[in-house]
Design a protein around this ligand. Structure first.
Ligand code: DGJ
Length: 724
């Protein structure tokens, strides 16, 4: 049960598992007190004494008290020597802001933030603190929401210019978390195209450390997430705090250790190349940041995030709904197709038990390669005589659903759209634009561009009757300028772009609630909680090699649930690594996400095609368990030769166990893998072997895993609780 208690000047938000506490000090400075396991009660005294203050009564901004005070939303320039969460340029050109509390209220449920993706929940309680800077007239409202059923707190800030002159925000982070010590490991995700979201863990050191992006998207290279784990914490044990930004654009996630050995974590829109002008009366809303706490290690943190996203973020229509087994044409045909070839692939897919056929890039304009036609969303009648509807009808006549690919945010310089509207792209007037993949980015800050995209996508969905849309985005920002913004607002463009994108996605997903949208950005280049508020799944990586995928999916599940990861079986030799791996292993790994294929089944042997029929049936039968069960990572491919995980149904009656060994090692005993999350008091039967073991034994002794020899060998076991 979520509740918000007030004890004197202390606000205490809590539910069954976590507490979050802050204090409004005399004079109005807001101190952070606590985030962690639920407390019966909390006082400000211990923390303030630790901060060198005689207690709440004795606090004064003078004497550099702020530099030692744990704070909720600090700024720089009035004595706190640490990096702040907020920087505001006052009319006189100075930067200091002194926020003092002027009011507070408790709201039922979870308001806003308007125009931005956010968690929701009628069961939530929200604390709204109002603070004001007397010098500039800036008002900051800090929102804190706590849910009944999640070890999580969601935070965001609304900044309003209540003064008489324009102000400019040059930093407006979403989250500051001040912790009284630095005995933490810092965990972030980093990567590259085809190597997304590798786990990086290192001890905190004095000074600032962190990760950020300025590519215009949450990016292939990193992820809007940070975690602080006690040094001994592993997958199962130890305290871990996770923070994720519900945002898909440029961000910064940092942790700083100061001269007194305290830690400040900051998360929000990257302030490099960011500025936001607030005219009198105007407001700015930061993206939301979600904090989770786990006393059960990194695995517990992940499960807390997964539960939060599944129950309070993803579109409810799709969050726990079955996803069709799909086959995507990209690696099967690339740009080289016509309607007959696609229908032939679809026929083979149908025979294999696939439910949804997806036509990827190459169906529109004059697009036979990646040099042209983005923006010209009319079918290429040379390839698809009869248009989209005719092809979709042929696919549906086979008993399959039809889906397709678009990259709506882009324009090719070689396109009708670019010729008609050369200023609709992001560009700097007078400078040569840099093309990536021969394309430019449409300026989604402009309402007419938003309307164009909504119209083009709506028309495409209506004409094709598509049940699925893959929404791709394949380049970084450069030449960042908008023809529609005045000089003093140019640095607002990256965030205005995100607001435009979210407005477009909100309109389309509202108009087409039954269409399954899958996000994509050169693979997993925009895999974040912001996108997941609109699209329930995201193509996890362009790398479909099953060994590479073990790492990519392992890292992705640190924050995101298996159902969010588009994950396909592809052909061998793999198109990204040239590696040949067994079909069973490609299948076992693809089952770790929203399952599908990325190949032409006609090129498989008869035996392999028969295997696909068994696979699709198995995928369907295990779908609910795999996609919404509790995930326990058991062996990390980042630290060893094996990757293993088990997904356990909420009632602990079923589980699916997967082990993948990268490199065959001769003359070694079979590995014993200790399972997690089972009911220790029940027995489980392994479907594939008929063996029955106690849940306690499987978790304490382990499951003996006789892998076949050969590289990339795997084991996939379905477990079911049985009565002895
Ligand atoms: C990048 C995506 O990640 C791929 O899956 C594919 O859709 C291509 N774009 C198509 O251009």
């Amino acid at each position: 049960m979520a509740e918000i208690l007030r004890q004197g000047n202390v606000w205490h938000l809590r539910n069954g598992s976590v507490s979050y506490a802050l204090a409004v000090l005399p004079g109005g400075v807001v101190a952070h007190l606590y985030f962690g396991p639920r407390l019966a009660r909390v006082s400000a005294d211990n923390l303030l004494k630790h901060a060198g203050l005689p207690g709440a009564e004795g606090f004064a901004v003078q004497e550099f008290g702020l530099s030692r005070l744990p704070q909720e939303y600090p700024s720089f320039g009035l004595g706190d020597l640490r990096a702040g969460a907020l920087t505001v340029e006052a009319p006189d050109g100075t930067l200091a802001v002194d926020l003092r509390a002027t009011g507070a209220e408790v709201l039922p449920g979870k308001p806003g933030p308007e125009g931005l993706p956010a968690t929701f929940g009628e069961d939530a309680q929200t604390l709204r603190l109002e603070l004001k800077d007397a010098h500039t007239g800036l008002v900051a409202e800090l929102f804190y929401s706590i849910f009944d059923d999640c070890a999580a707190v969601a935070r965001s800030v609304r900044l309003t210019n209540a003064g008489a002159e324009a102000l400019t925000l040059t930093r407006a982070f979403s989250l500051c978390l001040d912790l009284p010590d630095a005995d933490w490991d810092f965990i972030t995700l980093s990567g590259a195209w085809a190597r997304e979201r590798a786990v990086v863990r290192r001890p905190l050191v004095p000074g600032e450390q962190g990760t950020s992006t300025r590519s215009g998207a949450s990016s292939l290279q990193t992820s809007p997430f940070l975690a602080l784990a006690r040094p001994g914490a592993d997958e199962d044990r130890g305290d871990v705090i996770g923070a994720a930004l519900v945002y898909s654009g440029n961000f910064a996630a940092t942790a700083s250790v100061d001269q007194f050995g305290t830690t400040r974590a900051l998360l929000g829109i990257n302030d490099q190349d960011f500025a936001w002008r607030l005219e009198p009366g105007e407001s700015f809303r930061t993206p939301e940041a979600a904090l989770v706490f786990s006393g059960n290690g990194i695995g517990g943190m992940s499960r807390a995030f997964h539960a939060l996203w599944l129950d309070h973020l993803l579109p409810p229509r799709w969050a726990r709904a079955p996803r069709p087994v799909l086959l995507n044409s990209w690696e099967a045909a690339y740009f080289d197709f016509d309607a007959d070839r696609l229908v032939a692939i679809a026929e083979a897919a149908k025979r294999a038990g696939v439910e949804l056929f997806v036509m990827d890039d190459g169906w529109f304009g004059r697009r036979d390669d990646d040099t042209t036609s983005l923006g010209d969303w009319e079918p290429n009648l040379g390839k698809l005589p009869g248009g989209l509807g005719a092809l979709a009808d042929r696919v549906r006549a086979l008993g399959l659903q039809f889906g397709l690919w678009m990259e709506p945010e882009m324009v090719s310089p070689k396109s009708e759209l670019f010729r008609a509207h050369p200023d609709w792209c992001i560009h700097i007037r007078g400078r040569e634009s840099i093309e990536f993949r021969h394309q430019l980015i449409l300026d989604l800050s402009r309402p007419e561009v938003q309307d164009f995209i909504v119209d083009a996508v709506s028309r495409t969905l209506r004409e094709s009757g598509a049940a699925y849309l893959k929404w791709d985005m394949n380049r970084n920002f450069s030449n960042i300028g908008s023809a529609a913004l005045p000089r003093e607002r140019q640095r607002e463009l990256p965030h205005r772009y995100m607001l435009g994108l979210y407005a477009v996605l909100a309109r389309l997903t509202k108009a087409f609630p039954d269409v399954l949208f899958e996000g994509c950005a050169s693979g997993g280049g925009r895999f974040d909680a912001g996108m997941l508020a609109y699209v329930p799944q995201i193509w996890c990586s362009d790398d479909t090699d099953c060994l590479e995928r073990c790492r990519i999916q392992y890292g992705t599940t640190l924050v995101f649930p298996p159902s969010a990861m588009g994950s396909h079986v592809s052909a061998v030799p793999n198109h990204q690594t040239d590696r040949v791996t067994p079909l069973e292993s490609r299948f076992a790994v693809a089952l770790g996400g929203s399952f599908g294929y990325e190949l032409d089944p006609r090129r498989l042997s008869d035996a392999e095609q028969a295997a696909l029929r068994v696979q699709t049936d198995f995928a369907r039968r295990t779908q609910a368990l795999r996609l919404t069960g509790r995930l326990y990572r058991l062996c990390s491919p980042f630290t060893g030769n094996d990757a293993a995980w088990v997904t356990v149904s909420e009632d602990r009656s079923r589980a699916l166990f997967t082990l993948v060994r990268a490199r065959a090692v001769p003359n070694t005993p079979p590995r014993l893998v200790r399972l997690r999350g089972l009911d220790p008091a029940r027995s489980y039967r392994i479907d594939e072997t008929g063996e029955v073991f106690g849940g306690d034994e499987l978790m304490q002794v382990g499951l003996c895993c006789p892998l076949p020899m050969g590289d990339a060998a795997s084991l996939l076991y379905a477990l079911e609780a049985v009565d002895d």
